[in-house]
Design a protein around this ligand. Structure first.
Ligand code: C2E
Ligand code: MG
Ligand code: MG
Ligand code: MG
Length: 289
């Protein structure tokens, strides 16, 4: 390797490149064994009706507890997992774990509750994805409504027949799709026609400046109206304060999600959240601010 030739000054650039390459190789190697080693976990971030009274579901978010590097956030390993194809196994682990958890919550009496799982386009490129997802629902005796798949707008750029077939098969089975980070990507009207989603999740960038910024407020209003016109539900992401929440209620947004309502929780903490409605805990005072 370059490291073995320290005398070659002109190799310095190559050397740092290879360090970065080695680091990524090491991380990819570690990720390969992470699920089996019990280092992966799902946290769950609830989403509620904007009055805070009903928990409609929770989004499963991957966490990787690395033995030496500590907690690695998904932004630091999902792209690597996608490039190396490891996302297929990691994503399968996430789906299976989320389905098992959804079944436990249903058994505990939380019917009508949806678990949302983020799915990468790389997973949808796999011919058997829809069939394997249906098999997971069967194995856990879950109705299709118990699961929702979140896909980003980059789906719009794909011209893959495999992805189209998977999406059609998922829809035929009644598995719902949500378009994540809506508004930041490439969604066009023709895209919305090609992939009719059951839910749009307004990216938190749009919510950052509501209600004070009139333009941001208009955009959120418009996305909610457009989603409803298409027969979709709409979620506002990244709600960090009472005023954003009140605004979402005012414009008729269906669901709200964000740190103000709850941070992502481990499964036990999510159990407790389900047992104590948010509005009751926060007191109606907070909602009227
Ligand atoms: P995402 O699906 O858009 O998830 C929302 C992210 O925003 C989460 O970050 C969540 O913790 C964070 N968030 C939620 N509410 C707030 C808020 O009020 N304020 C702020 N500042 N942030 C908030 P996280 O868990 O780090 O996940 C980042 C991204 O990684 C996700 O974005 C998703 O694209 C991806 N990801 C996570 N888990 C999976 C997975 O199982 N599979 C795949 N393919 N991607 C995943
Ligand atoms: Mg998501
Ligand atoms: Mg999102
Ligand atoms: Mg996001």
């Amino acid at each position: 390797t370059a490291r073995a030739q320290p005398g070659n000054g002109w190799r310095r650039f190559d050397l740092s490149m290879s360090d970065e390459w080695l680091r990524r190789q090491q991380l990819a190697h570690d990720l390969r064994g992470a699920a089996e080693a019990g280092q992966l976990a799902l946290h769950y971030q609830p989403y509620l009706t904007p009055d805070g009274r009903r928990v409609a579901g929770a989004e499963a978010l991957l966490r990787w507890q690395h033995p030496e590097r500590g907690m690695i956030p998904p932004a630091d390993f999902i792209p690597l997992a996608e490039e190396t194809g490891l996302i297929v196994d990691v994503g399968e682990w996430a789906l299976a774990t989320a389905c098992a958890q959804a079944a436990r919550w249903r058994a505990a009496g939380h019917g009508g509750f949806t678990v949302s799982v983020n799915v990468s386009l790389v997973q949808l490129e796999n011919e058997s994805f829809a069939a394997r997802t249906a098999a997971l629902l069967d194995a856990h005796r879950l109705p299709a409504e118990a699961l929702e798949l979140e896909v980003t707008e980059s789906l719009a750029l794909s011209h893959s027949a495999t992805i189209d077939r998977n999406v059609a098969a998922l829809r035929a089975q009644g598995i719902r799709l949500a378009i994540d980070d809506f508004g930041t990507g490439y969604a066009s009207f023709s895209y919305l026609r090609r992939f009719p989603a059951e839910k749009l999740k307004i990216d938190r960038d749009f919510l950052l400046h509501v209600p004070d910024n009139a333009q941001a407020a208009s955009l959120v209003r418009m996305i909610v109206a457009m989603g409803h016109a298409l027969g979709a539900k709409v979620t506002g992401e990244g709600v960090e304060n009472a005023r954003q929440l009140a605004f979402l209620a005012e414009v008729g947004c269906d669901f709200a999600q964000g740190f103000f309502l709850s941070r992502p929780l481990d499964a036990d903490a999510m159990d407790r959240f389900l047992d104590a409605p948010w509005a009751a805990r926060a007191g109606d005072e907070t909602l009227r601010q």
